[in-house]
Design a protein. Structure first.
Length: 79
């Protein structure tokens, strides 16, 4: 999948991010839980939720809102 949402188990902010992604009808994305993965925990730690475009490496970290998500997705280059 071209988009990845990095999140943690039992993360209230991650739940809010998921609700916003549904609200803006985001393209399909993969949820990756960083818990138990030392490399991902070191990279994302307390920054989650983080949305990443696997195609170009752009990341959108929390906090974000519906308007910010729409702008971010509008910048996705044609694939």
């Amino acid at each position: 999948m071209p988009f990845i949402l990095y999140q943690r188990d039992d993360c209230h902010l991650c739940d809010l991010a998921l609700a916003l992604l549904a609200q803006v009808r985001a393209p399909d994305f993969e949820s990756v839980f960083i818990d138990g993965n030392p490399a991902l925990e070191a990279r994302y730690g307390e920054r989650v939720p983080v949305l990443r475009d696997a195609g170009d490496g752009r990341e959108l970290g929390w906090p974000f809102d519906a308007a910010g998500l729409r702008r971010w997705f509008a910048q996705v280059p044609a694939r």
